[in-house]
Each structure stands twice: as C-alpha cells, then as structure tokens.
Design a protein around this ligand. Sequence first.
Ligand code: FAD
Length: 400
Amino acid sequence: MRRNRIVILGAGYGGLRALKKLQDLHLNAELILINRNDYHCETTLLHEVAAGTTEAEGICYPIEYVIDKKQTVFIKDAVLAVNQNAKTVILEQHEPVNYDYLLIALGFESESFGIEGIREFGLSISDIPSVERIRRHVELQLAAWHEDDCDEHLTVVVGGAGFTSFEFLGELTNHLPKLAKRHHIDQKKIRVVCIEPTPHVLPMFDRKLAEYGSRKLESRGVEFVVGRVNRIAPGHVYYKNGEDLNVIHAGTFIWTGGVRGSSVIEDSGFLQRRGRVRVNTDLTVPGAREIMIIGDCSEVIDPENGRPFPTTAQIAMQQADCAAYNLNARVTGQPLKPFAYKCMGTVCSLGKNDAMGQLLGKNIKGYPASIMKKVIENRSLVKIGGVETMLKKGRFDFSR
Ligand code: FAD
C-alpha cells in the first residue's frame, strides 16, 4: 500500500518543531521538508545581527541537525505557490511536489501598508540577508560622514515602537559607543529616532513596563517622536503629526511598523487577510482539511477576547505540537484535537543585560529579565534542535 506523504513548508519555529515531533512519532508516512535555506534561523534574534552585536552564524544552525534522513527528505528551494486542486507545491527550481497532507509554516514578511518609498528606500528586520543589509548600511553611512560631513549619515530612524523596534533599539544603543569609536565619530553626534503614531509604545505590555522600556532607551539617547510615517525618500523620512507634514533628514530608515504572513498564501488562492488564514480550531484550512497552517501565516482567535492572538515563535511552536499530533491522527484515522494556547509570557530584550516582560503573570525587568530571555532562547533551541544544538548554539554568558 502507498504510504501517505506529508509535506512541510518552512523550517522556522513552527515547521521544524513539527517535523521533529513527527519524526519522534515514527509514523508510517513519507516526510518532505521544503525550505528556502539549508539553515534554521532564530528569527527572534535577528535584531542582534542588524545592530552588529552578533554574527549571522550565531543565530543559525544547519537544518540537518534536526533531520532524520531515514524518515525525511529535505528539499532546499523557494516555494512559489500551492496548487490546491492538483495537491502540489510549486517550487522555483525543482519539479512540483505532490502531497497527501500539507503543513504550511512559511512565516512573515515586512508589511509596508502601501507607504510610499518603504520598499525602495527602507530596511526591514525579516531574515538574514535583510539584517546583514542593515548592519552594512549603518557602517557605510558612518564611513560616508567623513567624506562629506553631512549629518544625515549619522541619523538612524526606526518606524514603529513595538517589540522588534525596542529589541533593535536596545541592541543598537548598547553597541553605539563601539561603533562610534571604530569610525572615529563623537557618539553625541549620532542621532537615533523612533517614530510611532501614538504615545503608547509597546502595546502588548502594561503601561509601567512599557514606560520602563522607553525610559531606558531615552537614557541611551533615543528620541521618541509621535507621528505617522508618510513617505520615505533617499535621505528623507516624512511623517505626519495631525495635518502637519514633517521631515527628518536621515541616511538610515528601518521599518518595524508591521508584518504580514508569507505572500505564498495569497499567491495560492487561500481566503486570507494580509497573508494570514483564519484556520479551524484543529489548525486545518476551512474547505481544505488536508492542509494545516501554523505560525505567522495563520490566524487563531483568542476565545477570551475574540481577537487574533499575536503572532509569535511561542505560539508557532505550540501550534507545531498540535499540528504534528493532528497529522498523525489523520494518517492513523484518529480524531483531531483542537489547538489550545497556553501563554507563558513574553520578554523583550533591551540589549545586553537588560530586558523587560511578563512571565507567568508577573512583571520582570532589568538583569533578571535578561537572564530569563536567555533561558527562553535556550529552551527553544532544545525544543527544536535538541540538547546538542542547545549546547552548540545556546546562550551561556550570564556575566554583567
Ligand atoms: P519562521 O520562524 O519565520 O520560519 C519561516 C521559514 O520559512 C523560514 O525558515 C524561511 O526561510 C522559510 N520560508 C519563508 N518563505 C519561504 C518560501 N517562499 N520558500 C521556502 N521557504 C520559505 N516571538 C516570540 O515568541 N518571542 C520573541 O521574543 C520574539 N522576538 C522577535 C524578535 C524579532 C526581531 C522578530 C523579527 C520577531 C520576533 N518574534 C518573537 C516573532 C517570531 O520570530 C515569529 O513569530 C516566528 O518566527 C514565526 O514562526 P514561523 O514558524 O511562522 O516562521
């Protein structure tokens, strides 16, 4: 009898964790994993590479650490679309791949909301190439200042004051003294600005914690500006405060103001909003129960408030466990179970030795929070890559 084929798209937090669980189950099915790169990236640490405090290799590990070659075939390629009628995945370089069951975990992309110039002149924190671009760009701007003495080279503007923005600003401001020294620039000349439409930064945290974070960043020189980014042009960031149009002359603009699910979702004809599909409670797609979607491409409603859960690595990994259980159930003819999210809390890094967040209902901040952040990162390395991967790639520097 032909074995069922399960195809997993994406080797991020959701996809790779689901593969690990499926391999552990030793189910009688053919497993295929498709990912653009042959490495897994700890996306939650991208801001460190962007700021220049960590090398890209420090936050990535080979996918082969996780793959059991007896059970899984890995295809390194970019997914272009899913043909739901033919039950195939269309790839950039390989022949289409058939599936019996499909798990989509293709993650997020930066969302420009149609703001003019963001795609052309803005930078984003979305994957390894994008953060390496930021790091190179900032260095080139600092070097360029010595050539024409133009202060816009020394201005970095970040659009958005959410989680990613704060983690990047924390890391960048920690690193600024080193950067300034390396480029022989007086650090006081370097301007770092954060633009956000409302005075309420970090909406996912309570006010006290959010204020702790913004005060910390302000003490390291970050200027918070209330305004809505309106247009980006080379060297110019335009923003509106009410009807007034203002401009900041800046050589670097980094957009953290929004993300969306992968454009593959849209290109595959799913019923979606900003690349996200509202999945059934068992994570299957309405009208296509052989397909499951998890992570940043899925939308799951919080029964407590009727609003979608925020997209996080934490939820992607919990969905992965449920998806693996349900895929096994489909193959063995058992009933599927609904996904239930258990929020363990969230910790936002503010650079080396500083962080803030909520864990098991309690607010934490400062050095203890930064330790918890490292513990969380190491835990996710174990959950996906196993203990060996954690020992190779984990964070064990707890020095102050
Ligand atoms: P991802 O982990 O992004 O994986 C997607 C995979 O699909 C990648 O391997 C990618 O290469 C691959 N892929 C994408 N498109 C294609 C294609 N067309 N073809 C082939 N392969 C493709 N969440 C938290 O819970 N805690 C945090 O502290 C936290 N911090 C964050 C900090 C930053 C700077 C950022 C940017 C995000 C942070 N997040 C955090 C959010 C978290 O990273 C995402 O929610 C999580 O990565 C989503 O997991 P996923 O499995 O859906 O996708």
